[in-house]
Write a protein that binds this ligand. Structure first.
Ligand SMILES: [Zn+2]
Length: 124
């Protein structure tokens, strides 16, 4: 599994008392939805440092950077894009539309944007 391998490559610390916690973190991390927070807690870093690590992984083509847009109503990630400029001006939440909520069409400025990373499928 690539995510596990990635963590093994980056994590140079000897296997120690954090092993159980790390295994748990690896198993609860979706390789298509890696948040800075995942990296931060895995390596026990500060958030800015974890962000730098993620950006390094992007540069080394281990990660792909994604911008997810979150529905202000239901909190679901509606869609994800490769960059902010790809986000359309109007975003529709299918879930809220199906649930016949009053608001299901949102302006780009009103949605929450979340940066996350995806594992590149190198060698898989
Ligand atoms: Zn919604």
């Amino acid at each position: 599994m690539w995510l596990k391998k990635f963590f093994q490559i980056i994590d140079k610390t000897p296997i120690g008392r954090f092993v159980d916690k790390k295994v748990e973190l690896i198993e609860s991390t979706d390789p298509d939805r890696i948040y800075v927070e995942n990296i931060r807690s895995f390596f026990n870093l500060t958030t800015p440092l974890a962000r730098v690590l993620c950006e390094m992984a992007v540069r080394d083509k281990l990660f792909k950077k994604k911008v997810g847009v979150e529905c202000p109503n239901c909190g679901r990630i509606i869609n994800s894009y490769n960059s902010n400029s790809e986000i359309p001006k109007k975003i529709k939440c299918d879930t809220c539309e199906l649930l016949e909520k009053e608001d299901y069409l949102f302006n780009e400025i009103n949605v929450n944007k979340i940066t996350f990373y995806q594992l590149n499928n190198i060698g898989s």
